[in-house]
Design a protein around this ligand. Structure first.
Ligand code: GTP
Length: 594
């Protein structure tokens, strides 16, 4: 079969999108008109942040120098750990990958994690040393690292530059020669893997699939393996880019299905599509429904926006099976929603979209992980909401989620990074020396790396350390709830769950930060942190001395107006707690770096 399905994987910023563009350009898939940088990254936010969130496949025609014609399906993968499960499923739709390494940086944490995802999926790896045009490039060194660290022979590496286009011809030939053709029986029972999906207002959910076995025709009936639901297929097709309607999808092909599916939760990444009449008995293994691991409360600053917020959340959820929300009420913040995300980046993306696309002003409460509690009555209870954390006397066993963290760094920073990991309650598993660099593998409580860990790691290693992680389940831990009082009133939305050993320092950090960001009032406002009613830290927001307007001596009306307007704007992201105005920043005090 003259088809090759491949993906490009790399550490963030090693040049994946740039190289993909160069390949597209070489194969004439980018008309001059829509030739803009980073064609594969579609969402506006992706472009701005320079990260890949949604995978977009693209079908390319390649004519070899010897005249043979090939169809190449390039499947893009998300570039962030929050979406690692999606990366793994996108890879399962391929037979091979281009593994890029920046010639000036060498192997980084995500290079290793992605390479192992490819190895786990039995994929052929074509190593590409990229950015060889850089003055600091050391292509041989980078190739050698790939061999030493991952065991990929250095002599198979292609030296390339997505910027200048060097090596692109060689890469195309390697895709055809080294990556195997898809296998499978076109007449067998249908087995297609969903590796992405999106919601279209007219056609319902569009499934992105890789057909692993059998053939699917437009007008067939399909069944989704995980839930047994059956749908009538309206249309099938391929990507060119954009959706192109076809008549069938056969084994080895990468395409899309529209089957009038109304709910994206029926169409989850990793699930298997089969045909109703000729059903497979063996789904693609390892299906996991999307599991949010980070939760936060979202409240409109203006209570009248509650309905608009609900509508916006519903619309976002249509297109995002990993995002969940349910109504929540806070004494301090009123009516809002408890929302679940795949990670902090996912949370930020959703919040930004709500504010930008739906013009909502929101207060977000501090992100929390999901704790597992066994109560004294034997009940097992999972909670991510500090407000509903039971009192200690009702809890028998407390457990918190852990991750396996891999950090790659130059030797000279090992000491300070190990110190940081120890402060974060990490347990070292292994330490591998790879020339002048070191790979550290640790088990760490997820909550400990959630907030500022990445920033701290970067700053103590002068930007040289990189990291990646995966969830590994629950471990016991002594947790406590820290309550926050503003002006003697307990504010439910500010409570946090934390390991006992960190409670005092965290309480101190939160009250100090809050005292710094809460604007001065006419009276002094105490801010306190407490555990079970016992105060552990306290700070004070001092009272005003003078009226702000008094500063505008001379009665300059326009200045006065400006000042008032400025104050009004600043108010947008504030909530009144009793008589005190508390800004958004205060709710995220826990996130601030020491
Ligand atoms: P993510 O999508 O976030 O994973 O990043 P990426 O791996 O797609 O990297 P991207 O293509 O966005 O490139 C990252 C940076 O490296 C950009 O500033 C590019 O301009 C630059 N860059 C990419 N390829 C090359 C190259 O071959 N040579 C040089 N000199 N710079 C490059």
């Amino acid at each position: 079969m003259n088809v090759r399905n491949f993906s490009i994987i790399a550490h963030v910023d090693h040049g994946k999108s740039t190289l993909a563009d160069r390949i597209l350009e070489r194969l004439g898939a980018m008309g001059e008109r829509d030739k803009r940088d980073q064609t594969l990254d579609t969402l506006e936010l992706e472009r701005e942040r320079g990260i890949t969130i949604k995978s977009t496949p693209i079908r390319l025609q390649y004519k070899r120098p010897n005249g043979e014609e090939y169809t190449l399906n390039l499947i893009d993968t998300p570039g962030h750990v929050d979406f690692n499960y999606e990366v793994s499923r996108s890879l399962a739709a391929c037979e091979g990958v281009l593994l890029l390494v920046d010639a000036s940086q060498g192997v980084e944490a995500q290079t290793i994690v992605n390479a192992y995802l490819a190895i786990d999926n039995n994929l052929e790896i074509v190593p590409v040393v990229n950015k060889i045009d850089l003055p600091a490039a050391d292509p041989e060194g980078a190739a050698k690292e790939l061999e030493d660290v991952i065991g990929i022979p250095a002599d198979g590496a292609i030296f390339a530059s997505g910027k200048t286009g060097i090596g692109v011809d060689e890469i195309l030939e390697a895709i055809v020669e080294r990556i195997p053709a898809p296998l499978g029986n076109p007449d067998g029972p249908l087995k297609a893997l969903i590796f992405d999906s999106f919601y279209d207002a007219y056609q319902g959910v569009i499934l992105f699939v890789r057909v692993l076995e059998g053939t699917l025709h437009a007008k067939d009936q399909i069944t989704l393996f995980s839930n047994g639901r059956t749908f009538d297929v309206d249309k099938v097709g391929t990507f060119s880019p954009g959706l192109v309607v076809g008549s069938e999808l056969t084994v080895g092909s990468v395409g899309w299905i529209a089957a009038g599916i109304k709910d994206i939760h029926d169409a989850q990444v990793g699930d298997t599509v089969t045909s109703k009449d000729n059903a497979t008995t063996e789904p693609f293994p390892g299906f996991k429904p999307a599991q949010p691991v980070v939760f936060s409360g979202l409240y409109p600053t203006n209570t009248e926006d509650y309905r608009r917020l609900r509508e916006a959340l519903e619309r976002l959820k249509l297109n995002d099976a990993a995002f969940v929300f349910e109504p929540e009420t806070s004494e301090a913040l009123g009516f809002g929603f408890r929302c679940g995300f795949l990670g902090l980046l996912h949370a930020e993306i959703i919040q930004e979209r709500l504010e930008r696309e739906y013009d909502l002003d929101l207060i977000a409460t501090a992100p929390a992980v999901v704790y597992r509690l066994t109560l004294t009555n034997g009940e097992v209870f999972e909670t991510q909401n500090p407000a509903e954390f039971p009192t200690k006397d009702r809890i028998d066993v407390m457990e918190e989620p852990y991750i396996k963290l891999s950090v790659m760094l130059p030797e000279e920073y090992v000491g300070p990074v190990m110190q940081l990991l120890q402060d974060r309650r990490g347990v070292m598993k292994t330490m591998n020396y790879l020339g002048k660099r070191v790979e550290l593998l640790y088990e760490v409580p997820f909550a400990e790396i959630l907030y500022d860990f990445h920033d701290r790691l970067k700053s103590i290693s002068r930007g040289y350390a990189s990291m990646d992680y995966e969830q590994i389940g629950y471990r016991e831990g002594d947790l406590v709830k820290v309550d926050i009082y503003v002006n003697q009133e307990m504010v439910d939305a500010l409570a946090v769950i934390v390991h006992e050993s960190k409670a005092y320092s965290l309480g101190r950090k939160i009250v100090d930060k809050m005292a710094e960001v809460i604007p001065r009032q006419m009276f002094a406002v105490p801010v306190q942190a407490a555990i079970g009613g016992k105060i552990i830290a306290r700070a004070t927001v001092k009272a005003y001395r003078k009226d702000v307007l008094a500063k505008c001596y001379g009665g300059d009306i326009s200045r006065k107006k400006k000042l008032l307007e400025k104050q009004k704007k600043g108010k947008a992201r504030m909530k009144n707690i009793g008589t005190v105005e508390v800004p958004q920043e205060a709710f995220l005090a826990v996130l601030s770096t020491e």
